[in-house]
Design a protein around this ligand. Structure first.
Ligand code: CA2
Length: 147
């Protein structure tokens, strides 16, 4: 099973500021946590991070026919991007939305998620472990599809 892990704007800055919200880990740390979990789960994980909405749309489109699942933290674009929602809908790849922080406990503008309706599940407030949880959900989903 091939999973594409997509991270949106400023996720490359993790660990630099606001450790009380996002923890002390860096984007590199996130990749190594997810890579270890992927090996344990027997899946292949590929990573993409961009600060640009169109680049995220492009990588979602390119995933069509190449990946079995997507884990996405669209970061700030969660709350604004119909383009990312439409891209996810257009490829129809099982997708899990992840947020490191518990967005439900934060500002009003973070309560809207445009991408959510294209996702089989949303995970929030679990820190980096949320990405592992998301891969587990995708593995379960695939097992159910096979049965
Ligand atoms: O909790 C999450 O994972 C978020 O998707 C992270 C986004 C935020 O806009 C979403 O509402 C929730 C922010 C990404 C990282 O932003 C940083 C801010 C300060 C220092 C380092 C990174």
């Amino acid at each position: 099973m091939k999973i594409l892990v997509i991270n949106g704007p400023n996720i490359n800055m993790l660990g630099i500021r606001e450790p009380e919200i996002y923890g002390k880990g860096t984007y590199r740390d996130l990749i190594s946590v997810v890579e270890s979990a992927a090996a344990r789960l027997g899946v292949t994980a590929a990573f993409f991070q961009s600060n640009h909405e169109g680049a995220i749309v492009d990588v979602i489109q390119e995933a069509y026919g190449n990946y079995d699942g997507i884990v996405i933290n669209p970061a700030a674009y969660t709350h604004t991007s119909v383009a990312i929602l439409d891209a996810l809908k257009s490829v129809g790849i099982p997708t899990v939305e992840v947020h490191i922080s518990d967005v439900s406990e934060r500002e009003d503008f973070r309560q809207v998620s445009y991408v959510r309706t294209a996702c089989i599940k949303t995970i929030m407030g679990e820190g980096f472990a949320g990405y592992i949880h998301a891969m587990e959900v995708l593995c379960e989903e695939r097992k159910e599809e096979e049965d």
